[in-house]
Design a protein around this ligand. Structure first.
Ligand SMILES: Nc1ncnc2c1ncn2[C@@H]1O[C@H](COP(=O)(O)OP(=O)(O)OP(=O)(O)O)[C@@H](O)[C@H]1O
Length: 615
Protein backbone atom coordinates (compact mmCIF):
# COMPACT_ATOMS: atom_id res chain seq x y z
CA UNK A 1 0.00 0.00 0.00
CA UNK A 2 1.37 3.43 -0.88
CA UNK A 3 2.22 6.06 1.70
CA UNK A 4 -0.67 8.13 0.40
CA UNK A 5 -3.24 5.40 0.91
CA UNK A 6 -1.82 4.70 4.38
CA UNK A 7 -2.29 8.34 5.24
CA UNK A 8 -5.79 8.34 3.83
CA UNK A 9 -6.55 5.41 6.14
CA UNK A 10 -5.46 7.55 9.05
CA UNK A 11 -7.76 10.37 7.96
CA UNK A 12 -10.63 7.91 7.55
CA UNK A 13 -10.01 6.77 11.11
CA UNK A 14 -11.31 10.21 12.18
CA UNK A 15 -14.85 9.20 11.13
CA UNK A 16 -16.09 8.35 14.67
CA UNK A 17 -15.43 11.98 15.63
CA UNK A 18 -18.10 13.14 13.15
CA UNK A 19 -17.50 15.66 10.38
CA UNK A 20 -17.48 18.97 12.18
CA UNK A 21 -14.92 18.49 15.00
CA UNK A 22 -12.10 17.19 12.73
CA UNK A 23 -12.90 19.88 10.15
CA UNK A 24 -12.87 22.58 12.84
CA UNK A 25 -9.64 21.17 14.23
CA UNK A 26 -8.04 21.24 10.79
CA UNK A 27 -9.24 24.81 10.27
CA UNK A 28 -7.71 25.87 13.60
CA UNK A 29 -4.45 24.07 12.85
CA UNK A 30 -4.29 25.55 9.37
CA UNK A 31 -5.02 29.04 10.68
CA UNK A 32 -2.26 28.62 13.26
CA UNK A 33 0.23 27.52 10.61
CA UNK A 34 -0.74 30.31 8.24
CA UNK A 35 -0.10 32.95 10.90
CA UNK A 36 3.71 33.21 10.34
CA UNK A 37 3.30 33.88 6.61
CA UNK A 38 0.42 36.30 7.19
CA UNK A 39 2.38 38.05 9.96
CA UNK A 40 5.41 38.36 7.70
CA UNK A 41 3.29 39.88 4.96
CA UNK A 42 1.33 42.25 7.27
CA UNK A 43 4.44 43.33 9.13
CA UNK A 44 6.27 44.10 5.89
CA UNK A 45 3.38 46.30 4.72
CA UNK A 46 3.17 48.07 8.07
CA UNK A 47 6.91 48.82 8.10
CA UNK A 48 6.73 49.94 4.49
CA UNK A 49 3.93 52.44 5.17
CA UNK A 50 5.56 53.77 8.32
CA UNK A 51 8.95 54.14 6.64
CA UNK A 52 7.78 55.91 3.48
CA UNK A 53 4.96 58.13 4.73
CA UNK A 54 4.94 61.19 7.04
CA UNK A 55 2.37 62.82 9.37
CA UNK A 56 -1.38 62.10 9.17
CA UNK A 57 -1.07 60.57 5.72
CA UNK A 58 1.42 57.98 7.03
CA UNK A 59 -0.88 57.24 9.95
CA UNK A 60 -3.88 56.69 7.66
CA UNK A 61 -1.85 54.60 5.27
CA UNK A 62 -0.44 52.47 8.12
CA UNK A 63 -3.86 51.94 9.70
CA UNK A 64 -4.90 49.24 7.21
CA UNK A 65 -1.72 47.12 7.58
CA UNK A 66 -1.82 47.68 11.37
CA UNK A 67 -5.40 46.38 11.58
CA UNK A 68 -4.41 43.49 9.32
CA UNK A 69 -1.44 42.70 11.56
CA UNK A 70 -3.64 42.81 14.68
CA UNK A 71 -6.27 40.64 12.96
CA UNK A 72 -3.64 38.04 12.05
CA UNK A 73 -2.43 37.92 15.66
CA UNK A 74 -6.02 37.63 16.90
CA UNK A 75 -6.83 34.81 14.48
CA UNK A 76 -3.65 33.06 15.60
CA UNK A 77 -4.67 33.43 19.23
CA UNK A 78 -8.23 32.15 18.65
CA UNK A 79 -6.93 29.25 16.57
CA UNK A 80 -4.39 28.27 19.23
CA UNK A 81 -7.00 28.38 21.99
CA UNK A 82 -9.40 26.19 19.94
CA UNK A 83 -6.83 23.50 19.14
CA UNK A 84 -6.61 21.96 22.61
CA UNK A 85 -10.36 21.48 23.29
CA UNK A 86 -11.01 20.31 19.73
CA UNK A 87 -8.07 17.94 20.05
CA UNK A 88 -9.56 16.49 23.24
CA UNK A 89 -12.94 16.10 21.62
CA UNK A 90 -11.58 14.34 18.54
CA UNK A 91 -9.23 12.17 20.63
CA UNK A 92 -12.02 11.19 23.01
CA UNK A 93 -14.33 10.15 20.19
CA UNK A 94 -11.77 8.41 17.98
CA UNK A 95 -9.88 6.56 20.72
CA UNK A 96 -13.16 5.84 22.53
CA UNK A 97 -14.43 4.17 19.36
CA UNK A 98 -11.16 2.21 19.09
CA UNK A 99 -11.48 1.02 22.70
CA UNK A 100 -15.07 -0.06 22.04
CA UNK A 101 -13.96 -1.79 18.84
CA UNK A 102 -11.22 -3.69 20.66
CA UNK A 103 -13.66 -4.75 23.38
CA UNK A 104 -16.10 -5.88 20.70
CA UNK A 105 -13.35 -7.75 18.84
CA UNK A 106 -12.19 -9.54 21.98
CA UNK A 107 -15.71 -10.38 23.13
CA UNK A 108 -16.73 -11.37 19.61
CA UNK A 109 -13.87 -13.81 19.11
CA UNK A 110 -15.35 -17.21 18.50
CA UNK A 111 -12.65 -19.10 20.33
CA UNK A 112 -10.84 -18.26 23.50
CA UNK A 113 -7.43 -19.86 22.95
CA UNK A 114 -6.06 -16.99 20.88
CA UNK A 115 -7.31 -14.50 23.42
CA UNK A 116 -5.27 -16.29 26.07
CA UNK A 117 -2.08 -16.03 24.03
CA UNK A 118 0.63 -13.41 24.55
CA UNK A 119 0.30 -12.25 20.93
CA UNK A 120 -3.34 -11.22 21.30
CA UNK A 121 -2.78 -9.65 24.71
CA UNK A 122 0.17 -7.62 23.35
CA UNK A 123 -1.86 -6.44 20.36
CA UNK A 124 -4.84 -5.56 22.55
CA UNK A 125 -2.57 -3.41 24.63
CA UNK A 126 -0.94 -1.83 21.58
CA UNK A 127 -4.22 -0.83 19.97
CA UNK A 128 -6.06 -0.22 23.23
CA UNK A 129 -5.54 3.57 23.12
CA UNK A 130 -4.77 3.66 26.81
CA UNK A 131 -1.89 6.05 27.35
CA UNK A 132 -1.94 5.43 31.09
CA UNK A 133 -0.73 1.89 30.36
CA UNK A 134 2.50 2.76 28.62
CA UNK A 135 1.02 3.12 25.13
CA UNK A 136 2.84 5.80 23.16
CA UNK A 137 0.64 5.97 20.06
CA UNK A 138 -3.06 5.85 19.46
CA UNK A 139 -5.22 6.06 16.37
CA UNK A 140 -6.31 9.58 17.35
CA UNK A 141 -2.77 10.84 17.98
CA UNK A 142 -1.74 9.55 14.54
CA UNK A 143 -4.79 10.93 12.76
CA UNK A 144 -4.48 14.35 14.41
CA UNK A 145 -0.77 14.42 13.57
CA UNK A 146 -1.78 13.74 9.98
CA UNK A 147 -4.13 16.75 10.05
CA UNK A 148 -1.38 18.85 11.64
CA UNK A 149 1.05 17.72 8.96
CA UNK A 150 -1.34 18.88 6.23
CA UNK A 151 -1.85 22.19 8.01
CA UNK A 152 1.90 22.52 8.35
CA UNK A 153 2.33 21.99 4.59
CA UNK A 154 -0.19 24.76 3.98
CA UNK A 155 1.82 27.03 6.26
CA UNK A 156 5.06 26.13 4.46
CA UNK A 157 3.42 26.81 1.09
CA UNK A 158 2.23 30.23 2.31
CA UNK A 159 5.67 31.15 3.68
CA UNK A 160 7.27 30.00 0.42
CA UNK A 161 4.79 32.22 -1.40
CA UNK A 162 6.00 35.17 0.70
CA UNK A 163 9.61 34.36 -0.21
CA UNK A 164 8.68 34.10 -3.89
CA UNK A 165 6.63 37.29 -3.64
CA UNK A 166 9.62 39.23 -2.36
CA UNK A 167 11.86 37.72 -5.00
CA UNK A 168 13.87 35.46 -2.71
CA UNK A 169 12.55 32.10 -4.00
CA UNK A 170 16.03 30.53 -4.13
CA UNK A 171 16.26 30.74 -0.34
CA UNK A 172 13.62 27.99 -0.23
CA UNK A 173 15.95 25.06 -1.08
CA UNK A 174 18.71 26.58 1.05
CA UNK A 175 16.52 26.59 4.16
CA UNK A 176 14.22 23.67 3.41
CA UNK A 177 16.90 21.22 2.25
CA UNK A 178 18.80 20.86 5.55
CA UNK A 179 15.51 21.00 7.50
CA UNK A 180 14.10 18.05 5.53
CA UNK A 181 17.41 16.22 5.93
CA UNK A 182 17.17 16.77 9.70
CA UNK A 183 13.64 15.31 9.72
CA UNK A 184 14.87 12.31 7.79
CA UNK A 185 17.63 11.68 10.34
CA UNK A 186 15.13 11.98 13.18
CA UNK A 187 12.83 9.44 11.54
CA UNK A 188 15.45 6.75 12.25
CA UNK A 189 15.37 7.64 15.94
CA UNK A 190 11.58 7.64 15.89
CA UNK A 191 11.45 4.13 14.45
CA UNK A 192 13.88 2.85 17.09
CA UNK A 193 11.97 4.57 19.90
CA UNK A 194 8.72 3.00 18.69
CA UNK A 195 10.38 -0.42 18.52
CA UNK A 196 11.55 -0.06 22.12
CA UNK A 197 8.09 1.02 23.27
CA UNK A 198 6.68 -2.13 21.77
CA UNK A 199 9.30 -4.29 23.45
CA UNK A 200 8.30 -2.71 26.76
CA UNK A 201 4.75 -4.04 26.42
CA UNK A 202 5.68 -7.50 27.72
CA UNK A 203 7.21 -6.10 30.91
CA UNK A 204 4.23 -3.79 31.37
CA UNK A 205 1.88 -6.79 31.15
CA UNK A 206 3.89 -8.45 33.93
CA UNK A 207 3.77 -5.28 35.99
CA UNK A 208 -0.01 -5.21 35.51
CA UNK A 209 -0.39 -8.45 37.45
CA UNK A 210 1.08 -6.73 40.51
CA UNK A 211 -0.67 -3.41 39.91
CA UNK A 212 -3.98 -5.24 40.00
CA UNK A 213 -2.98 -7.24 43.06
CA UNK A 214 -2.11 -4.02 44.86
CA UNK A 215 -5.48 -2.37 44.37
CA UNK A 216 -7.96 -5.23 44.18
CA UNK A 217 -9.67 -6.25 47.44
CA UNK A 218 -9.91 -9.87 46.26
CA UNK A 219 -6.17 -10.32 45.69
CA UNK A 220 -5.50 -8.01 48.63
CA UNK A 221 -6.45 -10.81 51.04
CA UNK A 222 -3.44 -12.91 50.04
CA UNK A 223 -1.18 -9.85 50.04
CA UNK A 224 -2.08 -9.11 53.65
CA UNK A 225 -2.29 -12.60 55.06
CA UNK A 226 1.02 -13.71 53.58
CA UNK A 227 2.55 -10.24 54.10
CA UNK A 228 4.15 -9.85 50.68
CA UNK A 229 3.18 -6.22 49.98
CA UNK A 230 6.80 -4.98 49.85
CA UNK A 231 7.89 -7.90 47.74
CA UNK A 232 4.98 -7.25 45.39
CA UNK A 233 5.78 -3.55 44.98
CA UNK A 234 9.48 -4.34 44.35
CA UNK A 235 8.43 -6.90 41.77
CA UNK A 236 6.18 -4.38 40.04
CA UNK A 237 8.97 -1.78 40.01
CA UNK A 238 11.38 -4.37 38.65
CA UNK A 239 9.12 -5.15 35.69
CA UNK A 240 8.43 -1.47 34.97
CA UNK A 241 12.14 -0.66 35.11
CA UNK A 242 13.09 -3.64 33.01
CA UNK A 243 10.45 -2.67 30.44
CA UNK A 244 11.31 1.02 30.25
CA UNK A 245 15.07 1.22 30.76
CA UNK A 246 15.99 0.38 27.14
CA UNK A 247 13.57 3.08 26.03
CA UNK A 248 14.87 5.82 28.29
CA UNK A 249 18.53 5.05 27.60
CA UNK A 250 17.78 5.43 23.90
CA UNK A 251 15.89 8.70 24.49
CA UNK A 252 19.08 10.20 25.97
CA UNK A 253 21.17 9.01 23.03
CA UNK A 254 18.62 10.33 20.54
CA UNK A 255 18.52 13.71 22.30
CA UNK A 256 22.34 14.04 22.07
CA UNK A 257 22.19 13.14 18.36
CA UNK A 258 19.45 15.67 17.76
CA UNK A 259 21.56 18.45 19.26
CA UNK A 260 24.29 17.67 16.74
CA UNK A 261 21.77 17.46 13.90
CA UNK A 262 20.43 20.88 14.86
CA UNK A 263 23.82 22.39 14.03
CA UNK A 264 23.74 20.72 10.62
CA UNK A 265 20.25 21.95 9.96
CA UNK A 266 20.96 25.55 11.03
CA UNK A 267 23.71 25.58 8.41
CA UNK A 268 21.14 26.49 5.77
CA UNK A 269 19.48 29.25 7.72
CA UNK A 270 22.63 31.20 8.69
CA UNK A 271 23.87 31.90 5.15
CA UNK A 272 20.30 32.71 4.08
CA UNK A 273 20.01 35.38 6.76
CA UNK A 274 23.54 36.64 5.95
CA UNK A 275 22.80 37.04 2.24
CA UNK A 276 19.53 38.91 2.88
CA UNK A 277 21.25 41.19 5.43
CA UNK A 278 24.07 42.03 2.99
CA UNK A 279 21.53 42.81 0.31
CA UNK A 280 19.67 45.11 2.74
CA UNK A 281 22.97 46.82 3.69
CA UNK A 282 23.64 47.46 0.01
CA UNK A 283 20.20 49.03 -0.27
CA UNK A 284 18.96 46.34 -2.68
CA UNK A 285 16.40 45.07 -0.21
CA UNK A 286 14.12 47.21 1.92
CA UNK A 287 13.85 46.74 5.69
CA UNK A 288 10.22 45.68 5.18
CA UNK A 289 11.19 42.99 2.68
CA UNK A 290 14.07 41.89 4.88
CA UNK A 291 11.67 41.49 7.84
CA UNK A 292 9.20 39.50 5.77
CA UNK A 293 11.89 37.26 4.28
CA UNK A 294 13.47 36.61 7.71
CA UNK A 295 10.09 35.67 9.18
CA UNK A 296 9.04 33.51 6.24
CA UNK A 297 12.40 31.68 6.05
CA UNK A 298 12.31 31.00 9.78
CA UNK A 299 8.77 29.69 9.51
CA UNK A 300 9.71 27.32 6.63
CA UNK A 301 12.69 26.12 8.63
CA UNK A 302 10.76 25.49 11.85
CA UNK A 303 7.79 23.87 10.12
CA UNK A 304 9.99 21.41 8.29
CA UNK A 305 12.54 20.60 10.96
CA UNK A 306 10.91 20.82 14.37
CA UNK A 307 8.08 18.31 14.33
CA UNK A 308 7.02 15.15 16.13
CA UNK A 309 4.28 14.56 13.60
CA UNK A 310 6.26 11.92 11.75
CA UNK A 311 6.58 9.92 14.96
CA UNK A 312 2.88 10.22 15.75
CA UNK A 313 1.81 9.41 12.19
CA UNK A 314 4.02 6.31 12.13
CA UNK A 315 2.58 5.36 15.53
CA UNK A 316 -1.00 5.82 14.31
CA UNK A 317 -0.31 3.69 11.23
CA UNK A 318 1.25 1.03 13.42
CA UNK A 319 -1.87 0.97 15.58
CA UNK A 320 -4.07 0.63 12.49
CA UNK A 321 -2.08 -2.31 11.21
CA UNK A 322 -2.01 -3.85 14.72
CA UNK A 323 -5.82 -3.55 14.77
CA UNK A 324 -6.00 -5.37 11.45
CA UNK A 325 -3.71 -8.11 12.81
CA UNK A 326 -5.81 -8.38 15.96
CA UNK A 327 -8.94 -8.68 13.87
CA UNK A 328 -7.39 -11.52 11.86
CA UNK A 329 -5.97 -13.20 14.95
CA UNK A 330 -9.22 -13.23 16.86
CA UNK A 331 -11.13 -14.23 13.74
CA UNK A 332 -13.89 -12.12 15.15
CA UNK A 333 -17.43 -12.98 14.41
CA UNK A 334 -18.44 -10.55 11.67
CA UNK A 335 -21.90 -10.39 13.17
CA UNK A 336 -20.40 -8.88 16.32
CA UNK A 337 -20.66 -10.07 19.88
CA UNK A 338 -23.19 -12.52 21.13
CA UNK A 339 -25.93 -10.04 21.94
CA UNK A 340 -26.50 -9.34 18.25
CA UNK A 341 -27.59 -12.92 17.78
CA UNK A 342 -31.20 -13.88 17.40
CA UNK A 343 -32.85 -15.19 20.52
CA UNK A 344 -32.93 -18.94 21.04
CA UNK A 345 -36.17 -20.55 20.19
CA UNK A 346 -38.04 -21.53 23.34
CA UNK A 347 -38.33 -25.28 23.73
CA UNK A 348 -35.22 -26.21 21.76
CA UNK A 349 -34.95 -29.94 21.40
CA UNK A 350 -32.16 -31.46 23.50
CA UNK A 351 -29.38 -32.34 21.06
CA UNK A 352 -27.45 -35.53 20.44
CA UNK A 353 -23.78 -34.68 20.93
CA UNK A 354 -20.91 -36.96 19.92
CA UNK A 355 -17.19 -36.70 20.53
CA UNK A 356 -15.54 -38.92 17.92
CA UNK A 357 -11.86 -39.72 18.49
CA UNK A 358 -11.28 -36.25 19.93
CA UNK A 359 -7.73 -35.36 20.94
CA UNK A 360 -6.71 -32.00 22.29
CA UNK A 361 -3.58 -30.24 23.45
CA UNK A 362 -3.47 -26.64 24.62
CA UNK A 363 -1.54 -24.20 22.43
CA UNK A 364 2.21 -24.25 23.19
CA UNK A 365 1.81 -27.50 25.12
CA UNK A 366 3.13 -30.92 24.21
CA UNK A 367 0.76 -32.88 26.42
CA UNK A 368 -2.47 -34.34 25.01
CA UNK A 369 -5.17 -33.57 27.59
CA UNK A 370 -7.76 -35.55 25.61
CA UNK A 371 -6.50 -38.51 23.63
CA UNK A 372 -8.86 -40.14 21.14
CA UNK A 373 -11.92 -39.59 23.31
CA UNK A 374 -15.31 -41.02 22.28
CA UNK A 375 -18.44 -39.90 24.06
CA UNK A 376 -22.14 -39.55 23.37
CA UNK A 377 -24.67 -37.35 25.14
CA UNK A 378 -28.15 -38.56 24.26
CA UNK A 379 -31.16 -36.22 24.24
CA UNK A 380 -32.60 -35.63 27.70
CA UNK A 381 -29.93 -37.66 29.51
CA UNK A 382 -28.45 -36.66 32.85
CA UNK A 383 -24.80 -37.63 32.58
CA UNK A 384 -22.10 -37.24 35.18
CA UNK A 385 -18.45 -36.86 34.28
CA UNK A 386 -15.99 -37.77 37.01
CA UNK A 387 -12.23 -38.08 37.20
CA UNK A 388 -9.15 -37.07 39.10
CA UNK A 389 -7.88 -33.48 39.25
CA UNK A 390 -6.38 -32.49 35.92
CA UNK A 391 -8.04 -35.39 34.06
CA UNK A 392 -9.41 -32.97 31.45
CA UNK A 393 -13.07 -32.62 32.49
CA UNK A 394 -13.18 -28.81 32.24
CA UNK A 395 -11.19 -28.99 29.02
CA UNK A 396 -13.78 -31.32 27.53
CA UNK A 397 -16.60 -28.89 28.21
CA UNK A 398 -14.59 -25.97 26.83
CA UNK A 399 -14.36 -27.94 23.59
CA UNK A 400 -18.07 -28.65 23.81
CA UNK A 401 -18.70 -24.90 24.06
CA UNK A 402 -16.51 -24.32 21.00
CA UNK A 403 -14.09 -22.19 23.00
CA UNK A 404 -11.29 -24.41 21.68
CA UNK A 405 -11.20 -26.61 18.59
CA UNK A 406 -10.13 -30.27 18.85
CA UNK A 407 -6.55 -30.92 17.78
CA UNK A 408 -7.91 -33.96 15.95
CA UNK A 409 -11.19 -35.86 15.79
CA UNK A 410 -14.56 -34.17 15.64
CA UNK A 411 -17.55 -33.13 17.71
CA UNK A 412 -20.99 -33.46 16.15
CA UNK A 413 -24.35 -32.03 17.17
CA UNK A 414 -27.36 -33.87 15.77
CA UNK A 415 -25.00 -35.41 13.22
CA UNK A 416 -23.51 -32.09 12.03
CA UNK A 417 -19.90 -31.30 12.77
CA UNK A 418 -19.42 -28.44 15.20
CA UNK A 419 -17.32 -26.14 13.08
CA UNK A 420 -16.42 -22.55 13.85
CA UNK A 421 -19.17 -21.36 11.55
CA UNK A 422 -21.74 -23.26 13.55
CA UNK A 423 -20.71 -21.98 16.97
CA UNK A 424 -23.15 -19.10 17.20
CA UNK A 425 -26.12 -21.27 16.48
CA UNK A 426 -24.82 -23.98 18.81
CA UNK A 427 -24.26 -21.64 21.73
CA UNK A 428 -27.91 -20.65 21.58
CA UNK A 429 -28.70 -24.22 22.56
CA UNK A 430 -26.39 -24.66 25.53
CA UNK A 431 -26.19 -23.29 29.04
CA UNK A 432 -23.13 -23.41 31.28
CA UNK A 433 -21.89 -23.09 34.80
CA UNK A 434 -18.11 -22.86 34.60
CA UNK A 435 -15.92 -23.84 37.50
CA UNK A 436 -14.22 -20.42 37.50
CA UNK A 437 -17.43 -18.43 37.19
CA UNK A 438 -17.43 -14.65 37.13
CA UNK A 439 -18.96 -12.52 39.87
CA UNK A 440 -20.43 -9.55 38.03
CA UNK A 441 -20.88 -6.40 40.07
CA UNK A 442 -24.46 -6.09 38.88
CA UNK A 443 -27.88 -6.41 40.48
CA UNK A 444 -29.19 -9.87 41.33
CA UNK A 445 -31.60 -9.58 38.40
CA UNK A 446 -28.92 -8.62 35.88
CA UNK A 447 -26.61 -11.34 37.15
CA UNK A 448 -29.24 -13.97 36.43
CA UNK A 449 -30.68 -12.52 33.22
CA UNK A 450 -27.19 -12.64 31.65
CA UNK A 451 -28.15 -16.27 30.91
CA UNK A 452 -30.33 -14.83 28.15
CA UNK A 453 -29.13 -11.25 27.91
CA UNK A 454 -30.42 -10.32 24.48
CA UNK A 455 -34.08 -10.15 25.56
CA UNK A 456 -35.79 -8.16 28.29
CA UNK A 457 -35.82 -10.13 31.55
CA UNK A 458 -38.85 -12.27 32.16
CA UNK A 459 -39.68 -12.06 35.87
CA UNK A 460 -41.68 -15.29 36.10
CA UNK A 461 -38.81 -17.21 34.50
CA UNK A 462 -36.27 -15.46 36.73
CA UNK A 463 -38.27 -16.59 39.79
CA UNK A 464 -38.47 -20.12 38.47
CA UNK A 465 -34.69 -20.23 37.80
CA UNK A 466 -34.04 -18.84 41.28
CA UNK A 467 -36.16 -21.61 42.82
CA UNK A 468 -34.26 -24.26 40.84
CA UNK A 469 -30.95 -22.96 42.17
CA UNK A 470 -32.15 -22.44 45.74
CA UNK A 471 -31.50 -18.73 45.17
CA UNK A 472 -35.12 -17.66 45.82
CA UNK A 473 -34.73 -17.77 49.62
CA UNK A 474 -31.72 -15.49 49.38
CA UNK A 475 -33.41 -12.99 46.99
CA UNK A 476 -36.17 -12.54 49.57
CA UNK A 477 -33.60 -11.54 52.18
CA UNK A 478 -31.68 -9.08 49.96
CA UNK A 479 -32.36 -5.43 50.97
CA UNK A 480 -33.76 -4.46 47.57
CA UNK A 481 -34.67 -7.97 46.40
CA UNK A 482 -33.82 -8.60 42.76
CA UNK A 483 -32.54 -5.03 42.40
CA UNK A 484 -29.83 -5.39 45.03
CA UNK A 485 -26.31 -4.93 43.60
CA UNK A 486 -24.17 -7.95 44.38
CA UNK A 487 -21.08 -5.96 45.40
CA UNK A 488 -20.48 -3.92 48.49
CA UNK A 489 -18.53 -1.42 46.38
CA UNK A 490 -21.89 -0.33 44.90
CA UNK A 491 -24.50 1.77 46.73
CA UNK A 492 -26.83 -0.46 48.73
CA UNK A 493 -24.85 -3.50 47.56
CA UNK A 494 -24.13 -6.69 49.47
CA UNK A 495 -21.33 -9.22 49.32
CA UNK A 496 -22.36 -12.85 48.93
CA UNK A 497 -20.62 -15.94 50.23
CA UNK A 498 -19.00 -18.43 47.84
CA UNK A 499 -21.99 -20.79 48.05
CA UNK A 500 -24.47 -17.96 47.53
CA UNK A 501 -22.59 -16.90 44.41
CA UNK A 502 -22.80 -20.45 43.18
CA UNK A 503 -26.57 -20.22 43.56
CA UNK A 504 -26.53 -17.04 41.46
CA UNK A 505 -24.65 -18.66 38.59
CA UNK A 506 -26.78 -21.78 38.80
CA UNK A 507 -29.85 -19.59 38.57
CA UNK A 508 -28.29 -17.91 35.51
CA UNK A 509 -27.77 -21.29 33.84
CA UNK A 510 -31.30 -22.45 34.73
CA UNK A 511 -32.69 -19.18 33.34
CA UNK A 512 -30.99 -19.98 30.01
CA UNK A 513 -32.50 -23.48 30.12
CA UNK A 514 -36.01 -22.16 30.74
CA UNK A 515 -35.50 -19.68 27.91
CA UNK A 516 -34.81 -22.52 25.50
CA UNK A 517 -31.30 -23.98 25.89
CA UNK A 518 -31.46 -27.76 25.36
CA UNK A 519 -28.16 -28.79 26.97
CA UNK A 520 -27.07 -27.79 30.46
CA UNK A 521 -23.40 -28.19 31.34
CA UNK A 522 -22.37 -27.84 34.95
CA UNK A 523 -18.74 -27.88 36.07
CA UNK A 524 -18.61 -28.39 39.83
CA UNK A 525 -21.81 -26.36 40.28
CA UNK A 526 -22.36 -27.34 43.87
CA UNK A 527 -18.83 -27.46 45.30
CA UNK A 528 -19.60 -24.56 47.67
CA UNK A 529 -23.19 -25.50 48.47
CA UNK A 530 -24.26 -26.98 51.79
CA UNK A 531 -25.46 -30.56 51.61
CA UNK A 532 -29.16 -29.74 51.83
CA UNK A 533 -29.07 -27.09 49.05
CA UNK A 534 -27.00 -29.38 46.88
CA UNK A 535 -29.51 -32.16 47.35
CA UNK A 536 -32.38 -29.84 46.36
CA UNK A 537 -30.51 -28.62 43.29
CA UNK A 538 -29.87 -32.15 42.11
CA UNK A 539 -33.53 -32.89 42.61
CA UNK A 540 -34.43 -30.02 40.27
CA UNK A 541 -31.94 -31.26 37.70
CA UNK A 542 -33.47 -34.69 37.89
CA UNK A 543 -36.89 -33.14 37.26
CA UNK A 544 -35.87 -31.48 33.97
CA UNK A 545 -34.43 -34.81 32.77
CA UNK A 546 -36.00 -35.63 29.41
CA UNK A 547 -36.67 -31.97 28.51
CA UNK A 548 -33.01 -30.98 28.74
CA UNK A 549 -29.76 -32.93 28.50
CA UNK A 550 -27.47 -32.33 31.44
CA UNK A 551 -23.73 -32.93 31.70
CA UNK A 552 -22.62 -32.64 35.30
CA UNK A 553 -19.02 -32.60 36.45
CA UNK A 554 -18.61 -33.24 40.14
CA UNK A 555 -16.21 -34.71 42.64
CA UNK A 556 -19.12 -35.43 44.98
CA UNK A 557 -19.91 -38.98 44.04
CA UNK A 558 -22.94 -39.07 46.33
CA UNK A 559 -24.51 -36.47 44.05
CA UNK A 560 -23.63 -38.04 40.75
CA UNK A 561 -24.71 -41.56 41.67
CA UNK A 562 -28.30 -40.78 40.69
CA UNK A 563 -27.33 -39.83 37.11
CA UNK A 564 -28.51 -41.86 34.13
CA UNK A 565 -24.90 -42.59 33.27
CA UNK A 566 -21.58 -41.91 34.92
CA UNK A 567 -18.46 -41.52 32.77
CA UNK A 568 -15.00 -41.78 34.23
CA UNK A 569 -12.36 -39.71 32.44
CA UNK A 570 -8.82 -40.97 32.78
CA UNK A 571 -5.70 -40.40 30.66
CA UNK A 572 -7.71 -38.38 28.16
CA UNK A 573 -10.38 -41.02 27.49
CA UNK A 574 -13.62 -42.36 28.93
CA UNK A 575 -12.43 -45.52 30.67
CA UNK A 576 -15.62 -46.47 32.55
CA UNK A 577 -19.23 -45.80 31.64
CA UNK A 578 -22.49 -46.97 33.20
CA UNK A 579 -24.94 -46.44 36.02
CA UNK A 580 -23.67 -46.16 39.57
CA UNK A 581 -24.64 -49.75 40.27
CA UNK A 582 -22.97 -51.01 37.11
CA UNK A 583 -19.75 -49.18 37.90
CA UNK A 584 -19.78 -50.39 41.49
CA UNK A 585 -20.26 -53.92 40.23
CA UNK A 586 -17.37 -53.40 37.79
CA UNK A 587 -15.11 -52.74 40.77
CA UNK A 588 -12.88 -50.32 38.83
CA UNK A 589 -11.55 -46.84 39.57
CA UNK A 590 -15.01 -45.34 40.12
CA UNK A 591 -15.88 -47.99 42.68
CA UNK A 592 -12.58 -47.34 44.42
CA UNK A 593 -13.13 -43.55 44.48
CA UNK A 594 -16.65 -44.02 45.80
CA UNK A 595 -15.49 -46.37 48.51
CA UNK A 596 -12.85 -43.86 49.67
CA UNK A 597 -15.42 -41.06 49.93
CA UNK A 598 -17.89 -43.31 51.72
CA UNK A 599 -15.24 -44.43 54.16
CA UNK A 600 -14.26 -40.85 54.89
CA UNK A 601 -17.85 -40.06 55.69
CA UNK A 602 -18.11 -43.04 57.99
CA UNK A 603 -14.95 -42.02 59.83
CA UNK A 604 -16.19 -38.43 60.09
CA UNK A 605 -13.64 -36.78 57.72
CA UNK A 606 -15.98 -35.77 54.98
CA UNK A 607 -19.35 -34.07 54.90
CA UNK A 608 -19.76 -34.60 51.21
CA UNK A 609 -21.91 -37.69 51.32
CA UNK A 610 -25.46 -37.76 52.55
CA UNK A 611 -25.90 -40.26 55.35
CA UNK A 612 -28.63 -42.15 53.58
CA UNK A 613 -26.65 -42.28 50.34
CA UNK A 614 -23.81 -44.36 51.60
CA UNK A 615 -24.16 -47.84 50.26
N1 LIG B 1 -5.60 -22.72 29.45
C1 LIG B 1 -4.77 -23.77 29.62
N2 LIG B 1 -3.58 -23.79 28.99
C2 LIG B 1 -2.75 -24.84 29.12
N3 LIG B 1 -3.02 -25.93 29.87
C3 LIG B 1 -4.19 -25.96 30.52
C4 LIG B 1 -5.13 -24.89 30.44
N4 LIG B 1 -6.20 -25.21 31.21
C5 LIG B 1 -5.96 -26.42 31.73
N5 LIG B 1 -4.75 -26.88 31.32
C6 LIG B 1 -4.17 -28.18 31.62
O1 LIG B 1 -5.04 -29.20 31.14
C7 LIG B 1 -5.13 -30.27 32.04
C8 LIG B 1 -6.59 -30.63 32.33
O2 LIG B 1 -7.16 -29.52 33.03
P1 LIG B 1 -8.71 -29.47 33.35
O3 LIG B 1 -8.98 -28.17 33.98
O4 LIG B 1 -9.46 -29.82 32.13
O5 LIG B 1 -8.83 -30.65 34.41
P2 LIG B 1 -10.08 -31.09 35.29
O6 LIG B 1 -10.30 -32.53 35.05
O7 LIG B 1 -11.24 -30.19 35.05
O8 LIG B 1 -9.47 -30.87 36.74
P3 LIG B 1 -10.18 -30.46 38.13
O9 LIG B 1 -10.92 -31.67 38.60
O10 LIG B 1 -9.03 -30.18 39.00
O11 LIG B 1 -11.06 -29.31 37.89
C9 LIG B 1 -4.32 -29.89 33.28
O12 LIG B 1 -3.09 -30.56 33.22
C10 LIG B 1 -4.09 -28.40 33.12
O13 LIG B 1 -2.82 -28.05 33.58
Amino acid sequence: MSTLSHRMRLLRALAPAGRVPPAALFAALAAGHLVPAATAFALARLIDELRTGTGDAAFSAALGPAVMFAAVLLVGYVAESAITPLGYLVTGRVDGAVRADVARLAAGARRIDVLEGAAAQGLIREVGADRSRGVDATTASGAIAQLRWLARLLGVAASCAVLVGFGWWWLIPLVAGPAVLGQHLRAGHHAELARRWRLAIKGELHADVWRRAAISPGEGKDVRVFGFADWMVRRMQHHIKEANEPFWSYVLRAAADERRQWLLVVVGLVPAYGIVSLSAADGDTTVAAQTAVFAAAWSVFVALSDSEDGYDIAGGLRVLSATARLRRLLAADPAGPADRRPAPVAGNRPPTVRFEGVSFRYPDSERLVLDGLDLEIRPGELIALVGMNGAGKSTLIKLLAGLYAPTSGRITVDGRELTEAGHLEWRRRISFVFQDFVRYHLSARDNVRLGHAWCDPDQATLDRAARDAGFDRLVERLPAGWDTPLARSRDGGVDLSGGQWQQVVLARAMYAVHMGAGLLVLDEPTAHLDVRTEFDVFDRLARIRGETSTLLISHRLSTVRRSDRILLLDAGRVTESGTHDELMALGGTYAEMFAIQAQRFNTGYDDRIEEGDVA
